[in-house]
Design a protein around this ligand. Sequence first.
Ligand code: CA
Length: 323
Amino acid sequence: MKNYGHLYPAGKARFEDRGIIKADTLLKEWNGSQVNGFGLVGVPLSRTSISHSGASAAPDSIRRVLASFSTYAVEEDLELCRQTITDLGDIKMHVTDNGVSRQRIEETLTHLLTDHPRMIPLILGGDHAISRPAISAFSRARGKVGVIQFDAHHDLRNLEDGGPSNGTPFRGLLEDGGLDGRRLVQIGIRNFANGKVYRQYAEEQAITVYTMKEVRARSMTHILEESLETLRSHVEHIYVSVDMDVLDQAFAPGCAAIGPGGMDSFTLFEAVEFLGRQGDVTGLDIVEIDPTRDFRDMTSRTAAFVLLTFLKGKRLAGRGSAS
Ligand code: CA
């Protein structure tokens, strides 16, 4: 092919600066080989959302906005460019049948996690309904699991009124028997976003709940140390579920359920880094971003920053043994 020098394939002619490595270069398409590190899986499901949601567009959006960031963490003088995230692709959703989609998520993730026992899954939703089959699969493959959920909502709605949705994933897991309340910690639950009956249900089930008031009053590190101590008496693997609506609407305008009184993004990053540093935190999902209603990709960018911060935490934990 003739070379016209400055003519590039569509979308590839962006400004080059050899001093900056873009974070999207961390993503490497899966070639079918064993995955021993981070494995990214998209779960583009949003038909299970109670309110209107275009969360099915989020996996692509988060991958795309990684190009807005560099791989260098200046605060820690840490370069992540040699880190790899194997991009395993997206799980295909059924057009109309949410039950079939749930089954596909659970089966696919169970097989992937069983075949790749050292893989740390980074699962991009989708709405929060994806966490039920994802945690179920994680549990099947890794054993008894503890869950730390960042969320404005308990997500413990009853399954009778509306069926499995993004309001029921943790109720579903408890009713399935795949999780018990002592193995679930909810952080960031806030006012005027939940019903009293679900707070009572959380208490009955011995779920640990930290409201936004407690997040504001105490240090996040202290809350997480306490949470990990609780979980570690029951489990060996911990899965983190980040519902971006835990953030105040000012930080996450692209969530289906935006609202005031939420967490600021720095506190969430602090939490994700702390959890990334823990060797027994071996799975992560990020859910509830609707790129079709976001503003300048703010919420997708924050999600990409969560991913990079989790990677940074893992690298910091291994600093000294890895360069
Ligand atoms: Ca949620």
